[in-house]
Design a binder for this molecule. Structure first.
Ligand code: IPM
Ligand code: MG
Length: 368
């Protein structure tokens, strides 16, 4: 049998730096755990635009459809701010999500014990936090038609459309319920059914899926604005949150910050199963390209490394190896190894991106 295949798209800004550390981790699993991957690398975002004049070349898109999983670093940067909307770096990422039909975006917000004091919230509110947001990723206002900037009388009007079909809501709800069964068995669905018809339909369909197929899972509904408030008031009340594309974008940034650093959080974007039974999948850190620190060796590679752990778990059925990698990250943090984003005390020297990667490799070795 051939090795599972990975397409690596480092992208822009700190993407290539953090991905270099992931490559070391991938190699470690090949050498020490007999888990070899066939890895190929390509361009996305601004890097692809610079080379091809498009943020995602058709050949790259085609490869993404064929491999077992895609790992992406980050896209975007100020250099591309004035580009036409259709070729902005972000469009490369949105095309991958849309054409691979990655409808379920899993965004865990986990508070590592060693970092509980980094949260802007009190330690007791966040310590032990382990929640996951399931964000719908291929529909809603990000893709709905009509969209555009149009002339209307003597002024312009900007239009985007929130649109959800029953089947789009149904499938992401199922993903959330399935996930909840493997965790705390609780789902909170968030929308704005008080003002939006798409929210009314969302609530109805989620409830129906629950009643028909997942009555054992505890389900609640919340308006998304209240959800935002509850997330910063008492985040530990949640287990799995399921919500639409735009609310999920916003709520997941808030949830991420609860944990102390955006530099820590991975994500998985999953679609329907392929012929080999594996889901279409793309893994990426929640943080962006951080152009302000790009190229300086300061970036925290942990979010990207934990994204690979998610790939081990969700694409390759290697939950035990994912646990191993997460434990190594935990150990390094408990030992006080810190990149600059994780530094509160003065006088403690931050480690570089590569040193953090090496520390995690050493912890992996120590754990054998
Ligand atoms: C995210 C990002 C993207 C989004 C951008 C880069 C298009 O904010 O993944 O959360 O809005 O979905
Ligand atoms: Mg976002």
């Amino acid at each position: 049998m051939s090795n599972p295949s990975l397409l690596i798209l480092p992208g822009d800004g700190i993407g290539p730096e953090v991905m270099a550390e992931v490559r070391k981790i991938i190699d470690w699993f090949g050498a020490k755990r007999g888990l070899a991957f066939d890895v190929e690398e390509d361009l996305v975002g601004g890097a692809a635009y610079d080379r091809h004049g498009t943020p995602l070349a058709d050949e790259t898109m085609a490869r993404a459809q064929e491999v077992d999983a895609v790992l992406l670093g980050a896209v975007g940067g100020p250099k591309y701010d004035d580009l036409d909307f259709s070729v902005k770096p972000e469009r490369g990422l949105l095309r991958l999500r849309k054409e691979m039909d990655l409808f379920a975006n899993l965004r865990p917000a986990v508070c590592f014990d060693a970092l509980a004091d980094f949260s802007s919230l009190k330690r007791e509110v966040v310590a032990g936090l382990d929640i996951i947001i399931v964000r719908e990723l291929t529909s809603g206002i990000y893709f709905g038609e009509p969209r555009g900037i149009f002339e209307e009388g003597n002024e312009r009007v900007g239009i985007n459309t929130q649109r959800y079909t029953e089947s789009e809501i149904d499938r992401v709800a199922r993903a959330a319920f399935e996930l909840a069964r493997k965790r705390g068995n609780k789902v909170c669905s968030m929308e704005k059914a008080n003002v939006m018809e798409s929210g009314i339909l969302w609530r109805e369909v989620v409830q129906k899926v629950h009643d028909e197929d997942y009555p054992d899972v505890e389900l609640s509904h919340m308006y998304a604005d209240n959800g935002a408030m509850q997330l910063v008031r008492n985040p530990k009340q949640f287990d799995v949150i399921v919500t639409d594309n735009l609310f999920g974008d916003i709520l997941s940034d808030a949830a991420a910050m609860l944990t102390g650093s955006l530099g820590m959080l991975p994500s998985a974007s999953l679609g329907a199963p392929m012929e080999n039974g594996r889901p279409k999948a793309l893994y990426e850190p929640v943080h962006g390209s951080a152009p302000d620190i790009a190229g300086q060796g300061k970036a925290n590679p942990i979010a990207c490394i934990l994204s690979f752990a998610m790939a081990l778990r969700y694409s390759f059925d290697q939950g035990g190896e994912a646990d191993r990698l997460e434990a190594a990250v935990n150990k390094v943090l408990a030992d006080g190894v810190r990149t600059a984003d994780l530094l509160a005390q003065e006088g403690v020297e931050p480690v570089s991106t590569a040193q953090m990667g090496d520390a995690i490799l050493a912890a992996l070795d120590a754990g054998l």
